[in-house]
Design a protein around this ligand. Structure first.
Ligand code: CU
Length: 217
């Protein structure tokens, strides 16, 4: 076999592989490209290079699904963006999303519990552990108090502590409405996406009792 025919064979193989690729995989990549533009813009506005933002977002999307690239920002996040922040550079007409952190949690650095069907987040004065966690779709999250004070002392609610330190509850959150009785509460996470939460008594500074669950497909 000559080198030339070898190359031809290689091309033919590559072509066959492309054809054999499931349509869903191809269209997911395409949809990711389209749907991740917000996330990429957001990433760039936070000072990261566009090529890096694009690479990260598309890789994440192809691996974890379209949910990692929300078409529109979550309601609470957009409230924060529209009331509290302007784009870097101070251009008030360009409203951008805050960065991809939720209550100080970043999906890339959150504790990886994606192989665990059940994940416990313990809480006490004035923290959650782990505060930032990644879980698989369908995982059961148990918030469990490590002292007798429980939710009476640390009412749990879904939402964000915004850039001004204000509480922004999210009525669409799995962790809404408030849990303010008892010491144990379970939530089964059947929706992908970031689910930030905080303690209504100690969410804002100086306590910063807050966190986020990232539900991955
Ligand atoms: Cu608290």
């Amino acid at each position: 076999m000559t080198t030339r025919s070898g190359v031809t064979v290689a091309f033919a193989l590559a072509g066959a592989l492309l054809l054999a690729m499931p349509a869903s995989a191809a269209s997911l990549a395409k949809r990711c490209k389209k749907q991740c533009t917000h996330r990429i813009t957001d990433c760039v506005s936070n000072g990261t290079r566009r090529t890096k933002c694009k690479k990260q977002a598309l890789k994440d999307c192809r691996r974890n699904g379209l949910a990692v690239c929300p078409i529109t920002p979550p309601p609470t996040t957009s409230t924060v963006a529209h009331t509290g922040t302007t784009a870097p550079g101070g251009n008030p007409t360009t409203t951008t999303l805050p960065n991809q952190t939720f209550n100080g949690c970043d999906e890339t650095t959150a504790v990886d519990m994606t192989t665990a069907p059940q994940v416990t987040i313990t809480f006490k004065n004035f923290s959650y552990s782990p505060a930032c966690v990644r879980v698989a779709l369908g995982a059961e999250i148990t918030f469990s108090a490590s002292t007798a004070d429980g939710f009476e002392m640390h009412p749990l609610i879904g939402g964000l502590i915004d850039n001004n330190g204000a509480e922004v509850p999210d009525s669409n959150s799995k962790f809404f409405p408030v849990t303010n009785i008892g010491t144990i509460k379970k939530f089964v996470m059947w929706q992908p996406g970031p689910f930030p939460f905080f303690c209504q008594a100690h969410g804002p500074p100086p306590f910063n009792m807050k966190g986020a669950v990232f539900v991955e497909q």
